[in-house]
Design a protein around this ligand. Structure first.
Ligand SMILES: NC(=O)c1ccc[n+]([C@@H]2O[C@H](COP(=O)([O-])OP(=O)(O)OC[C@H]3O[C@@H](n4cnc5c(N)ncnc54)[C@H](OP(=O)(O)O)[C@@H]3O)[C@@H](O)[C@H]2O)c1
Ligand SMILES: [Zn+2]
Ligand SMILES: [Zn+2]
Length: 346
């Protein structure tokens, strides 16, 4: 085994520096020195629900960039020294219809998650990117363009791809009218990507506080979800509403914003919810969801971002301040993604 250092959960709001083991390289594995890892709201959900008595530690982190430091004998796509990016899935069955269609994120036997997943070959629990080294199958690592800053690109690998796939599958482009609900990590990348795809883009936020930011991100307007007049005036006006709100919420006000035959893509809250069928019937509206991305879409997204100068707006903190990052994210005090600099780990 290989030994590295990382941050493991020691309570719902506390992480402790820890030594941890990575597997020896299999033929198709690469070892990655993790330089930057984004802090996703999903990490907060995972910490909150983690059972401290579980057999395996929880090491969060599923959007990171770094440099290849070693390659298994069968690796063909990477060499030591290459810049790479890794996201929130690290393996899939490779043979089901979804995998064959390049939608490994929907693998019928569920994709292996970057942390808290079960390794398909040895059954061990995967430990995430809040660490200095990660070992991953080369098929689930992506070359990182020199056009992209490695810190600002890290959040593309979860937040970015999660909003990219629905934007693309819903054919967002010039002439599309897109609304993005919740201006956080996912939301701000959804705005940048929708704008870069040519859509007229509006932010739906809880207040007017982020109005200036929304403009700087390229949005043409911001609607406060708490302002019933503004919400009523925007009824039936968006072809696509990308909902990245992290907490349970009533979908009705957001479905009202969807234009006839348009779609509400629910990405942020993934638990059970209630929908009034009439809110879909009137206007023949669609409700959809998505998560992460397949390998082709992930590669396409990275290329698009490199070509169009799209990356996250970040605040970089040394990894030793991971608790600060998580606490501030919990309080919605980030514009718009924390990224941990792992160089303080050995
Ligand atoms: N589908 C997937 O595969 C996938 C992938 C990654 C993340 N996620 C999930 O997506 C959600 C967003 O993640 P993130 O990292 O973007 O989080 P984030 O940075 O915390 O952003 C969430 C945004 O939601 C809004 N919000 C928060 N609480 C709210 C409430 N009670 N009511 C209404 N709006 C609220 C806020 O926007 P305003 O301040 O503008 O109102 C906030 O900035 C999380 O639940 C995460 O687990 C899903
Ligand atoms: Zn995530
Ligand atoms: Zn599969």
């Amino acid at each position: 085994m290989r030994t590295t250092t990382g941050w493991r959960a020691a309570g719902p709001t506390v992480l402790r520096r820890t030594s941890l083991e990575r597997r020896d390289l299999r033929p198709d594995d690469i070892a990655v020195q993790v330089d930057y890892c984004g802090v996703c709201h999903t990490d907060l959900h995972a910490l909150r629900t983690y059972d401290q008595h579980a057999d395996a530690p929880l090491v969060p982190g599923h959007e990171f960039t770094g440099v290849v430091t070693g390659t298994g004998p069968g690796v063909t796509a990477f060499s030591a020294g290459d810049r790479v990016a890794v996201g929130n899935i690290v393996d899939s069955c490779g043979v089901c219809a979804m995998c064959e269609a390049g939608q490994e994120n929907f693998c019928h036997s569920f994709p292996t998650l970057t942390y808290g997943g079960t390794d398909r070959r040895d059954g061990s629990t995967t430990l995430g990117g809040y660490s200095r080294e990660y070992v991953v199958r080369e098929a689930f690592a992506y070359p990182l363009s020199s056009n992209l800053d490695p810190a600002a690109a890290a959040p593309l690998m979860c937040a970015g791809i999660t909003v990219w796939e629905p934007l693309r599958s819903l054919r967002v482009g010039p002439g599309s009218r897109v609304a993005v609900a919740g201006l956080g990590g996912l939301g701000h990348l959804a705005v940048k990507m929708a704008v870069a795809l040519g859509a007229t883009t509006t932010v739906i936020s809880r207040s007017q506080d982020k109005r200036d930011d929304a403009r700087k991100l390229g949005a043409h307007d911001l609607i406060a979800s708490t302002d019933t007049q503004q919400m009523a005036a925007a009824r039936d006006t968006f072809d696509v509403v990308i909902d990245t709100i992290s907490a349970p919420h009533d979908l009705a006000p957001y479905l009202k914003l969807v234009a006839m035959d348009g779609t509400l893509s629910l990405l942020g809250y993934l638990g059970p919810l209630t929908v009034e069928a009439m809110d879909l019937l009137i206007g023949r509206k669609k409700l959809s969801s998505a998560g992460s991305g397949g390998r082709p879409a992930t590669a396409e997204m990275l290329q698009f971002c490199a070509d169009n100068g799209v990356a996250a707006d970040i605040e970089v903190l040394p990894s030793s301040q991971v608790d600060v990052a998580l606490d501030r994210l919990r309080r919605n005090d980030v514009r718009y993604r924390f990224v941990l600099d792992m160089s303080d780990l050995d």
